[in-house]
Design a protein around this ligand. Structure first.
Ligand SMILES: Nc1ncnc2c1ncn2[C@@H]1O[C@H](COP(=O)(O)OP(=O)(O)OP(=O)(O)O)[C@@H](O)[C@H]1O
Ligand SMILES: [Mg+2]
Length: 366
């Protein structure tokens, strides 16, 4: 890769489409530009095209249409072994006939790194994944999670410029998973490695990434920083896929001064932020995060529309209270409040009024 490349386009997908059978597109129109050093996560349901995108970037699959560039050069013209890409795939295939140390040493030998250097790098990489004492074993003598950690160490041991990881922590328990999440991001940032990471786990995506691409059905639904994705979802799919979300359905009555008046199917009218609606008469799904719902009237804006709600369930969760309400016919409406000394604990059967700031209540596609 030319060192003179501008830093704003290290990995580029340019109008990429992929079909395996010549009929259905499993990747529909992918446009993505990653700067060097970015940690980007592809997040989405099973079958949405995430692994396919990684395979094309790695060079194991070719794009049906469009172009993929690495450091400004079309990857079609770079043989896979010269791409300097480290990979950890869903099936973490280690070389079964080699010991763990030999597995890790291999990518270094291929790159003609001297013996003492190799040994030091292998040792450090194994320690990083807490597998320091397993170097002499073969893969078949390890558990699934241990093999996964070795696969991770092998992908990082030669300090590649770009690392592709497809659910690398899937087989690990929660504690080790969280430790490895931290180790991976820390290592990637300190070495300046560019990472494309794939996961089903939205918490993992939000905590590890500089940006997250939310996939559905072969299309990036939204590509944004974690806080923007959570706080400013641009459509109903993203709103319900990322974090917990309350949904109310209705019709736009009016859009005025940046506020949409939405008449819910149950009849009530509420104030919303017109994010993905443009005119009166449109059907919409309104999205409100559980922690943005307010039932303390003193904290609501004057003149704001409120809704009647009945408390169905109060769940004490230690740091927060999670209260389930019936609101406009929806029995799964959730409110989250912090466990503070003055915080009211709502009781089942209580009738209350709830509201929110119009900007926190997003009118999205139906
Ligand atoms: N080699 C292949 N031949 C034909 N179809 C394939 C092939 N690989 C994947 N597909 C199909 O392409 C679509 C996208 O698959 P892909 O593996 O990219 O999804 P994914 O987002 O990685 O899913 P998961 O989260 O389950 O790993 C799926 O419908 C899948 O069945
Ligand atoms: Mg996959």
């Amino acid at each position: 890769m030319a060192a003179s490349q501008t830093s704003d386009a290290f990995v580029e997908f340019d109008r990429v489409q992929k079909s395996y059978d010549g009929e259905t597109l499993v990747v529909k129109d992918l446009n993505l530009t990653m700067p060097r050093g970015e940690f980007l996560t592809m997040l989405g349901p099973s079958g949405s095209g995430k692994t396919t995108c990684l395979m094309m970037l790695a060079g194991f699959e070719t794009a049906t249409h469009g172009d993929i560039r690495l450091g400004g050069k079309s990857i079609n013209n770079i043989p896979p072994h010269k791409r300097g890409i480290g990979m950890v795939f869903q099936n973490y295939a280690l070389f079964p006939h080699m010991t763990i140390e030999e597995n890790l040493s291999f990518p270094l030998e291929v790159r003609s790194i001297g013996k003492s250097d190799r040994e030091a790098k292998v040792k450090r990489a194994l320690e990083m994944v807490e597998m320091g004492s397993f170097g002499k074993r073969r893969p078949a003598q390890l558990s699934g999670g241990q093999q996964q950690r070795v696969a991770l160490a092998r992908a990082l041991v030669f300090e590649p410029e770009l690392v592709l990881m497809d659910e690398p922590l899937g087989a690990l328990d929660k504690q080790l998973r969280e430790k490895m999440q931290f180790e991976i991001t820390h290592l990637a940032h300190s070495l300046g490695i560019t990472v494309v990471y794939v996961t089903h786990d939205q918490t993992e995506a939000l905590t590890m990434s500089d940006r997250v691409a939310v996939f559905d059905d072969g299309v990036i639904q939204q590509l944004d920083t974690p806080d923007k994705l959570y706080e400013e979802p641009m459509n109903s799919f993203v709103a319900q896929f990322i974090g917990e979300n309350n949904t109310l359905e209705g019709v736009v009555k009016e859009i005025k001064n940046g506020v949409a008046l939405v008449q819910l199917d149950e009849g009530e009218v509420i104030d919303c932020n017109p994010v993905n609606v443009s005119k009166a008469g449109e059907r919409t799904r309104v999205s409100i995060r559980p922690e943005r719902v307010e039932f303390n009237k003193a904290r609501l804006q004057e003149g704001a529309h409120t809704l009647k709600a009945e408390v169905l369930e109060f769940i004490y969760m230690g740091d927060i209270f999670r209260t389930r309400l019936r609101v406009a016919g929806n029995d799964e409406f959730v409110v989250k409040t912090r466990n503070a000394p003055d915080q009211k604990r709502l009781q089942p059967g209580e009738h209350i009024e709830i509201g929110w700031l119009p900007e926190d209540c997003r009118a999205l596609d139906a």
